[in-house]
Design a protein. Structure first.
Length: 196
């Protein structure tokens, strides 16, 4: 896949920037190429594509995850506009448990965020009329759908509101704190083979 892959401060979370091929008509880009993901041992079994449209700046969606056996890897990109995208490690035993990162995803930057299973995800729109597309490795399951309060003080996400009051669904506004739930994810450290 002609793209750059950058692993971020939370291991397993990648910013991916597919290459664009411009000409006088516009440009062409491979937004996903299975071989590029396989070569990095990243998920490729996408089973559902989702698309969201947010009319206003300051629309906040999240923080969401699905419990096993419908836990999801996500590959998120912005087709129009821009978002501040958030990933939070919610794997018990992880050295990064409760830690978060943010990345500005935009149609202009043409970047994507790969969020693995065991992370909660959310975003806030930075521009009106923003459109977000994302792939997931498990279908939506209402019974396994879960969320964390966007302003959980123990996590302390900086949503960079800067005077903009967030627009939330009632479900997201009333989501429980992380400490009041068990997402069911457990960190599994990768054992290194001894050198021979």
């Amino acid at each position: 896949m002609p793209a750059t892959f950058t692993e971020l401060a939370l291991p397993g979370v990648f910013e991916i920037v597919p290459e664009q091929y411009p000409d006088d008509r516009g440009f062409f880009s491979e937004t996903f190429n299975k071989a590029g993901f396989i070569s990095r041992d990243l998920p490729t079994d996408w089973v559902q594509d989702n698309y969201s449209y947010s009319r206003d700046k300051g629309v906040l969606r999240g923080l969401h995850y699905q419990r096993a056996p419908f836990a999801q890897d996500k590959l998120v990109r912005v087709c129009k506009g821009a978002v501040l995208d958030i990933a939070i490690d919610i794997r018990h035993g992880s050295p990064h448990y409760g830690k978060w990162i943010s990345v500005v995803l935009s149609a202009e930057k043409w970047n994507q965020l790969l969020i693995p299973i065991g992370f909660a995800h959310g975003f806030i729109t930075l521009e009106p009329d923003t459109e977000v597309a994302y792939k997931v490795t498990a279908p939506y399951s209402k019974e396994h759908d879960a969320g964390i309060r966007y302003n959980d003080p123990a996590i302390g996400v900086d949503w960079q509101f800067r005077g903009v009051e967030p627009l939330l669904s009632s479900k997201d506004a009333n989501a429980p704190l992380l400490a009041d739930q068990d997402p069911g994810f457990v960190f599994a450290a990768v054992k290194q083979e001894p050198a021979t």
